[in-house]
Design a protein around this ligand. Structure first.
Ligand code: URP
Ligand code: ZN
Ligand code: ZN
Length: 584
């Protein structure tokens, strides 16, 4: 049913170039909290009007798009990319041009990339270097997280400068990559304490780097040299232990923590438990398009190139039920965001790891296909409704990193980062048609429902019926201010516990995501049991009328674990599938 969120008044439209003005009519707007029919008028990259056609006079010359039967959603925000990342002896082939072009082609209108300083390198110098790489090339807006790869008084001081002067409010720490980026617990505590003092957000790559180093050395000594060794050296409990430890370390110093790339059931469960333990005040979790769209059985493929193309850290899991499990965690708000960790290497670069899996450059594609994959596996399969889709592909990242509602919402005053989404259309993913610079696509051959028919980046039409026309350098750096209200209001007791999820980053009330509260209401004796949103009849999609479907599902983490046979330890002496020398 059509409804207007604005008071009824005619909006005057100033005559300007048609380039700057777009009118979208007859579509259904979907925000994270409600969906409704309304028209949208855009001028100079900003949404100027939302409401019924009767409330606006559109002069001639304005570009008009008929969105009948389509959804008007906030452009995707990918909170985790690594464009042109130098990694070992390789540099990721998607640079800031190809990477953001691929992003836009898939309906993502903002990325948050990582500045990763080398050990002993100044964070400020690294930041300048990354800005000089990104600014001339980005086709959509972008922001930065910065990695804390070593710790000292000077790093602590630079953190303050990054936060107060350079628009960074989130910092990634590493519990893995021993000898390269890994911090010990004592340094992690100091880092988290400093981040809390600044009212920023800590991020963590949660895998136990000491265990991985030991396992990798043992596997190589036993002759397990192929890509399957990657997953064998860092199995689920290696990730889960680190998630558990990181959450406790952060809680000890009262620091909010965003766990990046949660890749396994066990790690997801640790995260869900920590959120439950701390009343959702400290912990946020992200999973990846890769974890939702494919699995770790590829590591056993006999072709090195195919198996190596799937190598990322933490790895994909061989348990084929993992992708659906991760989607259910997103549905029940045990995970909040989806990223891509887009970090692409070509076959020739992956071959650096021939004969030694530890030398395979880590990383996969995902920035282009994330939106369609989440739609296909989430909404089309009946596990998510479209509002939750918007939350986990856009709004939650905007709220956590404090760029909401400039980004992540279709609202008057917000940037016109808009996707006109065709939920019925399908496309088949392929390296031959993708917009990445890489020669492999981990989702090759998948047909997905949900296609971005139009993509507007700050009002500029960059995708139109399959044709992608981006402008190199059009994107801007978007500063992330300190103290995201979405994170800190609850931490500082500024809102009642039950209101935590009803405030946006401006402190305004919004319609509650009722489903997000289910897990905290469970008795402590229950390991965990979430409800998914919604359990629609088979084949039907979630609702877009703004009323959430909250029927109970049978999803239970403990039950899933019992039946899925999650592996809790590595047996390097008899790795499943045998050793590299003879695997299929
Ligand atoms: O394998 C991955 N994830 N590559 C990028 C670096 C990181 O740890 O995110
Ligand atoms: Zn990482
Ligand atoms: Zn990453």
């Amino acid at each position: 049913m059509a409804s207007s969120p604005n008071p009824v008044k005619k909006v005057p439209i100033h005559l300007q170039s048609a380039q700057n003005r777009v009118y979208i009519k007859n579509g259904e707007i979907v925000n994270h909290d409600k969906a409704f029919k309304a028209d949208v008028y855009i001028e100079d990259g900003i949404i100027k009007f939302i409401g019924p056609a009767a409330d606006i006079t559109v002069p001639g010359g304005v570009r008009t798009i008929d969105a009948s039967g389509k959804l008007i959603i906030p452009g995707g925000i990918d909170p985790h990319t690594h464009m042109q990342l130098p990694f070992g002896n390789a540099v990721a082939v998607d640079d800031f041009y190809h990477g953001t072009k691929a992003a836009v082609a898939g309906g993502t209108t903002m990325i948050i990339d990582f500045v990763l300083p080398n050990k002993n390198e100044s964070m400020l110098e690294a930041y300048d270097k990354w800005r000089s790489w990104a600014d001339p090339k980005v086709c959509c807006d972008y922001g930065f997280h910065v990695g804390i790869t070593w710790w000292s008084k000077s790093v602590s001081k630079e953190l303050g400068i990054l936060c107060n002067e350079l628009g960074v409010n989130s910092f990634k720490t590493f519990m893995a990559y021993k000898g390269l980026y890994q911090l010990n617990d004592s340094d992690l505590l100091d880092v988290f304490e400093r981040i809390r003092e600044l009212k920023a957000v800590a991020m963590v790559h949660a895998e136990n780097g000491d265990i991985i180093a030991k396992n990798a050395a043992r596997l190589l000594a036993e002759g397990v040299t192929g890509p399957e060794g990657h997953e064998l050296s860092r199995q689920e409990e290696v990730e889960a232990e680190a998630v558990h430890r990181a959450c406790i370390l952060a809680h000890q110093v009262d620091c909010p923590l965003y766990v990046v790339h949660v890749m396994s059931k066990s790690a997801g469960i640790e995260l869900a438990r920590a959120r439950q333990r701390y009343n959702k005040k400290y912990i946020f979790g992200e999973t990846l398009a890769a974890a939702l769209g494919t699995d770790g059985t590829h590591y056993r493929c006999q072709h090195f190139g195919h198996a190596a193309a799937h190598v990322l850290s933490p790895p994909l899991r061989p348990d084929k039920t993992t992708p659906e499990f991760m989607m259910k965690l997103l549905a029940s708000d045990d995970l909040q965001t989806t990223g891509s960790d887009n970090c692409t290497f070509n076959k020739s670069q992956k071959e650096l790891g021939l004969g030694d899996f530890t030398k395979i450059p880590n990383g996969v594609n995902g920035v282009e296909d994330r939106m369609s994959l989440v739609w296909e596996r989430g909404v089309h399969s009946g596990l998510l409704d479209p509002c939750r889709f918007v939350a986990i592909t856009s709004t939650n990242a905007a709220r956590i990193f404090n760029i909401y509602p400039q980004k992540g919402r279709i609202a008057v005053g917000s940037d016109a980062d808009i996707v006109i989404w065709d939920p019925q259309a399908t496309r088949t993913i392929s390296k031959d048609t993708h917009h990445h610079a890489c020669d492999f696509n981990i989702f090759e051959g998948m047909t997905v429902h949900g296609v971005p028919e139009y993509v507007l980046v700050r009002g500029r039409i960059c995708v139109e019926n399959g044709s992608v026309r981006v402008a190199e350098g059009f994107g801007r750096f978007i500063p992330s201010p300190l103290r995201p209200a979405f994170v800190y209001d609850s931490l500082e007791g500024k809102v009642e516990e039950e209101q935590v999820d009803q405030k946006n980053s401006n402190g305004n009330n919004r319609v509650a995501d009722l489903d997000a509260h289910v897990s905290s209401q469970l008795p402590p004796a229950v390991m965990f049991s979430g409800k998914t949103t919604p359990t629609t009849p088979e084949g039907s999609r979630g609702r877009v009328d703004g009323k959430r479907d909250l029927q109970e599902s049978s999803f239970s983490i403990s039950q899933e674990l019992d039946t899925a046979g999650v592996r809790s330890s590595i047996k390097v002496h008899n790795p499943p599938g045998g050793k590299s020398s003879g695997f299929w």
